[in-house]
Design a protein around this ligand. Sequence first.
Ligand code: PMP
Length: 376
Amino acid sequence: MTTSPQQQTNASRWIAARTAHFDSSGIRRVFDLAAKLKNPINLSIGQPHFDVPESVKQSMIQAIKDGRNGYSPTQGIAPLRERLLADVHREWPDSDRKLLVTSGTSGALNLALLALVDPGDEVIIFDPYFVMYAPLVRLASGIPVLVDTNAAFQIDLDRFVAALSPKTKLVLLNSPGNPTGVCLDEASVKEVAEICAQRNIALISDEIYRHFCFDTPFVSAAKFNPETIVVDGFSKSHAMTGWRLGFVHGPAEVVETMTKLQQYTYVCAPQPVQWAGLSALDCDVSPYMEDYRQKRDRLYAGLKDHYEIVKPDGAFYMYPKLPWGTGQKFVEKAIEHELLVIPGNIFSRHDTHFRLSFANTDEQLDRGIDVLRKIA
Ligand code: PMP
């Protein structure tokens, strides 16, 4: 169906101003160019290269066959919540954290921001950051305050403290991080968590990559600040990106408010997926993580003499410095060689880096390394 210019004009007048904060044109350009490639080397995708474990697929099928297809309670099916909460209480035995099952970690993030941010509230985000953070803060009528990390993508505490103001409502932490793959060091996580506690600032810790730590054990901000709101999910750990299952745990008032909001927005996470999630908790994902560690080493060894790279110790991303030009020009050059990567200005106000995902086969990684060496 074609639209006349008159219809377009009317329709564009209906679009709410808040949507202007969602600019996906940069990534879309990459995907549009990519669609024309016959045999692309795709190092652009933030999704595991392994499939959902077989036992988890079977649990999903069984749940559907058993007729578990209707709404679930807003807060999630009881067995999944109890199981997740048991893990939470094992990690933080003295806490009284409440838990809500959400539609993906994105659902948890969105509800947390809507629950906490009032118009004009400032939200600290460390740059580079996961693409959704700044637009979601704006959607909640907040003001994203970007704080540059240091050259190793660790938190610069002086810059952090300097960015705090009487309007600071919330700090968003993400470790291991997208797009850098960096695990924040324990000392700065502790410092940020304690400063938030002292100054009565809310703290969200996005722990979706917590299982992907290759060199040092994962550290949660909740270890140092019991009121931390932790968002997490199954997308990355169990390759369930398309199934939309996440969760949040934190102080009762916050989780209860989020539950209220979920009731009138997402309603609940898809019920069969929740039963599958329950069985996913019995899967040992450590062999996958070992696989990713080797892939990280392979990509790093292949590129380190040609690019300036902070060696990532988590997630499945690497964030090398651009060897020349702008992100856009560099990505176009990569695409000429059938390689897809993401320009860093999607994740940052600086156009200085690009993101690679090593969630791919060794063969594809080797093809990518060849191209990247050539165009460096
Ligand atoms: N947080 C981070 C840091 C992510 O990288 C992603 C996914 N790319 C999400 C949250 C959202 O994950 P989900 O699929 O569970 O919504």
